[in-house]
Design a binder for this molecule. Sequence first.
Ligand code: EPZ
Length: 419
Amino acid sequence: MDKFLIQGGHRLNGEVRISGAKNAALPLIAATILANTPITITNVPNLKDVNTLVKLIAGLGITISYDDSQVQADASTLNNQFAPYELVKTMRASILVLGPLLARYGEAKVSLPGGCAIGSRPVDQHLKALEALGASIEVENGYVHAKVDGRLKGGEVIFDMVTVGGTENILMAAVLADGITTIRNAAREPEITDLANMLVKMGALIDGIDTDTLVVTGVENLQGCEYAVVADRIETGSYLAAAAITGGCIRTTHTDPALLESVLEKFEEMGAEVTRGENWIELDMQGKRPKAVSFRTLPHPEFPTDMQAQVMAVNTIARGFSTISETIFENRFMHVPELSRMGANIQVEGNDAVVTGVEKLSAAPVMATDLRASFSLVLAALAAEGETLVDRIYHIDRGYENIEAKLQGIGAKIQRISE
Ligand code: EPZ
């Protein structure tokens, strides 16, 4: 199992090129199922999760290739609608093939994704929404079996809570449904906008993009196109946090400040100097110790849950104390015991954490538990005195492309130990 060995205490300075967003690339690749003619997606990050979904799509009989950050797919060769547990269990976003398969082929058999470290993450909202469009859904032996005679029918969908995956699944189902579908309480994450923009380029009719109410007028078929994945706002925030925690100055390029304004405002509250360019963002901590910032995670455009662990890491060495409320997932504080091993002072009460900043963290062997928690441990190790060993970093490879090369490029003393 790979580990990272990190020598902390160095200010990080320099430039990081941001990759395409993992959480946009995954629904975009699922949407290739909908196209009647070949489709090309560019700026696709080279990640384990992306490779897993490409394998799953190929398993449907679709002709798909993925190399040099480009995915090309031709769904005309699809010969089955079965997404097996072996693949779905390793990457829960595989559930996103359910909507497109149902819309295009009238049937789908997709393994239930099961929970993961940060929570049970059910898909009840996905299924309820598909039933509202006329699908009959049976769940047995750990599989969702969805069917519809003829085409799905446009209808009213109201989500009980904001769900990114649920919104993506129903959007990909509605674009080929017969009639008009209204999706209320829709998620507004930039990755949803990216999916909607690509569907429109394929010929879909979608109103209300970027709002919490999407109105889709179904069409008979969709054509392929060429589309570039939006920049990864969470990768951007994660590297800017590396400047905040080490007192350095980092410029992230090939990104967009508008994607993470709520995070940039928190960095400014910490005392960082943040400069917003057209497709770059620079954070200069000017060697200062950050000021602690409190926040609650909420659906976009509020503070994203995927940045909670990273900003908590910065808070552990900040001046003063902060309160962090995690309102999206029920178990997303697993980085807390690991940070505490490095000397952080964090009290957790349910979904709230109170962090009292300390002068310095100290190196200690720690273990990654989930994707974003892994990055928060890397951040802490970059700031800590001494040499930290971070174990189980396969979690981090799921969501951060070329992480050690990007960190070494800004002066980090990090090396991967493969065992
Ligand atoms: C997406 O997960 C992201 N993953 C997550 O990023 C992100 O944390 C999350 O959205 C929230 O922003 C991808 O896009 C691949 P949800 P998703 O459906 O779609 C509950 C990362 O680190 N819920 O918005 O699974 C659910 O349990 C990952 O990159 C139901 O109860 O998240 C959660 O508490 C982690 N029933 C809340 O809603 C449902 O049917 C939000 O989940 C669906 C969701």
